[in-house]
Structure formats: C-alpha cells, structure tokens
Design a protein around this ligand. Structure first.
Ligand code: HEM
Length: 152
C-alpha cells in the first residue's frame, strides 16, 4: 500500500511538473526563440505537436492519479472543511485546465479555417496561470493534511 501510494504520488507530481514546467519553457523560451528567427519554421509545428502529445499524457496521468489521491486522502482520516474546500477549488481549477487544453488542441483546425479566437490565443497563458495555482493548492493541501494528522 505504501509503495502504491508513493508511486501514484510521484506520477502525479511528475506529470504536474512536466505540464507546468513544459509550459513555462514553451512560452518563455521556445516561442520567443522561434519568433526571433522570422516566419514560423516547420520545426515550430513539430515542437507544438510533440508538446501536445506530452500534455495529453500528463492530463491522463493527472486524472487517474488525482482520483486515487483524493480517495486515499478522504478515507484515511477525518479531514476538516478547510481541506475539502481547498480540494474542491483545486479540482475545479484542474478541470478548467483540461478544458482549455482540449480547446487549444482544436485550435489548429480553427487556425486553418482562419477562425482563431481571442480565447484560443490566451489559452496557453491561462493554462500556465491555472497550473501554478493548482500546484500551490496541491502544496497547501499537503500542509493541511500534515497539520491534521500531527499530534496536537
Ligand atoms: C482532477 C484532477 C486532480 C485531482 C483530483 C487532484 C487531486 C490531488 C490530491 C488529492 C492531492 C493530495 C493532496 C494532499 O497531499 O493531501 C494532490 C496533490 C498534488 N497535485 Fe493534484 N489533482 C488533480 C490535478 C492536478 C493538476 C492539473 C496539477 C498541476 C498541474 C496538480 C498538482 C499537484 C501537486 C503538485 C500535488 C502535490 C503537492 C505536495 O505534495 O506538495 N494536480 N492532487
């Protein structure tokens, strides 16, 4: 049980780090570097497609491991309202990330149809901002859980 918990937790944190860390690298380093080289080269399309594949895997891992972690936490001990409220906020923000990621995944079709929307342009920044928020809420949940089980 301890090994499974360790593996699931590690997979959850690794997928979260790959998605949020990858988004920071993509937005702050890869895109500016590609833009400074003039019109988008073919490699830009390749990078975008490969990053989308990584994000799809991360979403799958985060959903599966997130459900396990939630079940594991809620069945271990009686957690207070503060834990439950923060957990609900975290799940809502995570679900918003997934929706934006799906929307962004379809934006190629919109671009080809020359129907890029303001939302599809802002989606990468929104995903990153939500990702940082979800990361902080995850760390906060951990502190709340430890405070609950620590001897008073
Ligand atoms: C529906 C999806 C998700 C669910 C149900 C979920 C649920 C959980 C739960 C129950 C924990 C354990 C909290 C504790 O220690 O008591 C956790 C930890 C964590 N989650 Fe999620 N999560 C989801 C998606 C995400 C996403 C999208 C990210 C970031 C992009 C993320 C980042 C983290 C991090 C970094 C931790 C570990 C915090 C730490 O141990 O310091 N989670 N998550």
């Amino acid at each position: 049980m301890l090994v499974i918990r360790l593996l699931v937790r590690s997979a959850h944190i690794l997928a979260a780090t790959a998605w949020v860390g990858g988004s920071i690298l993509y937005l702050l380093a890869v895109i500016p570097a590609l833009r400074s080289g003039g019109p988008a080269p073919a490699v830009a399309v390749q990078i975008a497609a490969l990053f989308r594949r990584i994000v799809n895997i991360c979403v799958g891992v985060l959903l599966l491991t997130g459900v396990y972690l939630t079940f594991d936490r809620l069945t271990q001990t009686r957690l207070g309202w503060s834990y439950l409220i923060v957990l609900m906020l975290k799940i809502a923000a995570a679900l918003a990330m997934f929706v934006f990621a799906i929307y962004l995944g379809q934006s190629n079709i919109r671009r080809l149809a020359k129907r890029s929307t303001r939302l599809s342009k802002a989606a990468p920044q929104l995903i990153l901002a939500l990702g940082i928020l979800v990361f902080v809420l995850g760390a906060f949940l951990n502190s709340l859980f430890e405070a609950t089980i620590a001897p008073h």
